[in-house]
Ligand binder design. Structure first.
Ligand code: MF3
Ligand code: CO
Ligand code: CO
Length: 278
């Protein structure tokens, strides 16, 4: 189970793809408001990718074994939807907490995969807290990334922070290696034990994308073949970055002008280059 080590050329291609992926999230941000449908957000993002960036939306017609083709250019996962929500005609309402997950493919064939939470209108204190803790979970995972560290260190940091705050970690979905292939080795679990699983080496590129539930961790699959909800209907949140293991630590690739800054809790843990756009 060898993990692909990217060449310097591939790393450069991934830097570009990931910045573009992040810029799609920047682009849609002002449109996310009460009354707008998720189909409209999908349409806007699609036009931007194809006509402005010259990228291709990786999720459109994406059909891994056992899944029907995904019918949209991004995923919109609202409230108790954990992930893979399909854009629809229902308008957003004040208080909705939505993850938007978007992956571009550049002309050179590289995938930039990332997601953010959007709190629509006046969010509840509960939704705000879940989103913030989930954001901290992602960054605490990122801060573990350096040569010689293990994948289990990442999962452990995420799980510990989530559970300390009374939340649970979804087990059925994980981060993943990414490059010319959308989903490749390794699996990046968001729970685990320090010192276990593969050792990290410079040149590895993978996502960290914890899905954190306010209630129990169990999931329920919807009949559309894609949408995943919490079984207990509790709120769920997710954030995602694509990261590179460098010689000295980590470089977060999915950054752009609109990326929120790393949370205060990780600043003392990050190497200097981690959160500076390349
Ligand atoms: N972007 C998601 C991920 O982070 C995958 C979405 S696949 C889709 O891996 F088909 F649901 F869009
Ligand atoms: Co994604
Ligand atoms: Co991903």
């Amino acid at each position: 189970m060898a993990i692909n080590i990217k060449t310097p050329e591939e790393i450069e291609g991934m830097r570009i793809a990931c910045r573009l992926g992040s810029e799609v999230l920047d682009y849609i941000t002002p449109f996310v408001k009460p009354g707008v449908t998720t189909k409209e957000i999908d349409r806007l993002a699609h036009e931007y990718m194809v006509n402005v960036q010259g990228t291709t939306p990786a999720t459109l017609n994406y059909a891994p074994p056992g899944y029907p083709p995904f019918p949209a250019s991004l995923c919109t996962s609202i409230n108790d939807v954990i992930c893979h929500g399909i854009p629809a005609d229902k308008p957003l309402k004040s208080g909705d907490a939505m993850n938007v997950d978007i992956t571009v493919i550049t002309k050179d064939g590289f995938h930039g995969d990332n997601s953010r939470m959007f709190l629509v209108g006046e969010p509840s204190i509960m939704a705000r807290r879940l989103s913030e803790i989930t954001y901290e979970c992602m960054w605490l995972g990122i801060a573990k990334v350096k040569p010689g560290a293990h994948l289990g260190d990442i999962g452990h940091a995420i799980q510990q922070h989530a559970e300390k705050n009374g939340y649970s970690v979804v087990r059925e979905f994980c981060g993943h290696g990414v490059g010319r292939v959308f989903h490749e080795e390794p699996q990046v679990l968001h729970y685990g034990r320090p010192g276990t699983l593969e050792k990290l080496e410079p040149g590895m590129i993978f996502t960290i994308e914890p899905m954190i539930n306010a209630g129990r961790r169990e999931i329920k699959e919807m009949p559309d073949g894609w949408t995943i909800k919490t079984k207990d209907r509790s709120l769920s949140a997710q954030w995602e970055h694509t990261v590179l293991v460098t010689e000295t630590g980590v470089e977060v690739l999915t950054l752009s002008a609109g990326s929120p800054p790393p949370p205060a809790i990780v600043l003392p843990l990050l190497n200097q280059a981690a959160a500076v756009p390349a």
